[in-house]
Design a protein around this ligand. Structure first.
Ligand code: A2H
Length: 257
């Protein structure tokens, strides 16, 4: 990992009705908050990942908004020093929800900013780390090999879906959306790299590392947007503008760690 602070865009995915039982009594708007380095890829969201065994926290966001966030306790503490919680330096948990395992939120219906799909679902990813970002990873299978591999696992394996209480409707209709064209890799770069390297599952760490390097480097510098307000422009030139647009609309904030 690099030295010094990393700035992420924290994307707010709103939990829709009917809410998971454990969250159903909450009056405020609830958001899963996902840390991403690629705000320009949010057009391609197909779902959001949680780790089933990670403990998340549900806590009050800034006073101005009547909102609660779902993220790891570690990231909540960091957020509290960045003006993102109700009281500076303090995390106020929703009573009884200081800790809730990801498995209890899986299957939640979500609204994902800029996504083509009006409703996406919280799905399991077993490679999420609890000490990076918010522990919530929004999924862009067109441009992230990790995201594509995890979604493919769920699509291929009915027992995996059943294990986490997911219906077919939460998984099967969601396909990678072409959002960025990369010279030599086409319009679905992550799908292409996973095919070239014959990646069979989200557990193929080394191959996924190789795929990521290729897609990420090329996507960052040579990618051209195929969709949205900035279609035709280079990814490197619109990353910041799209981040700003999302923030202005209240759909994201900056998060540094
Ligand atoms: B990125 P870095 Cl399209 N555990 O967002 C595992 N992965 C995590 C994570 C965690 N706790 N928190 C964030 N991430 C993912 C989009 C994306 C991302 C695309 C392509 C590449 C890519 C959509 N998912 O990341 O270690 C998030 O996925 C490639 C590295 O801090 C986040 O950005 O550099 C990225 O990893 C942050 O990783």
């Amino acid at each position: 990992e690099g030295v010094g602070p990393q700035e992420y865009t924290m994307i707010k995915l709103k939990v829709l009705d009917p809410k998971p039982a454990a969250l159903a009594h909450i009056k405020e708007d609830i958001f899963l908050v996902a840390a991403t380095l690629r705000p320009e890829t949010m057009y391609g969201q197909t779902n959001c990942y949680l780790h089933p065994d990670i403990q998340y926290s549900v806590f009050y966001a800034t006073e101005a908004e009547n909102q609660v966030f779902v993220a790891t306790a570690r990231s909540a503490r960091i957020m509290s020093y960045q003006g993102l919680t109700k009281v500076n330096g303090v995390v106020r948990y929703v009573p009884g929800l200081e800790k809730i395992s990801g498995s209890k939120i899986l299957g939640a219906a979500l609204s994902a900013p800029l996504a083509k799909y009006t409703k996406v679902y919280a799905l399991p990813m077993l490679t999420i780390k609890d000490d990076k970002g918010t522990g919530v990873v929004t999924s862009v299978p067109s441009d992230s090999p990790d995201d594509f591999a995890a979604l493919s696992d769920l699509k291929k394996k009915k027992p995996l879906r059943e294990k986490y209480g997911l219906t077919d409707e939460m998984v099967l209709p969601f396909d990678p959306t072409p959002i960025i064209r990369i010279e030599g890799l086409g319009d679905l770069a992550a799908v292409e790299m996973c095919a070239r390297l014959k990646i069979e599952s989200q557990n193929e760490k080394d191959k996924l590392e190789e795929a990521k390097k290729e897609v990420y480097l090329k996507g960052f510098y040579d990618g051209v947007m195929l969709i949205g307000k900035y279609a035709g422009k280079k990814t490197a030139d619109v990353k910041k503008v799209i981040q700003d647009d999302l923030i202005v609309e209240g759909l994201a904030t900056k998060y540094v760690e």
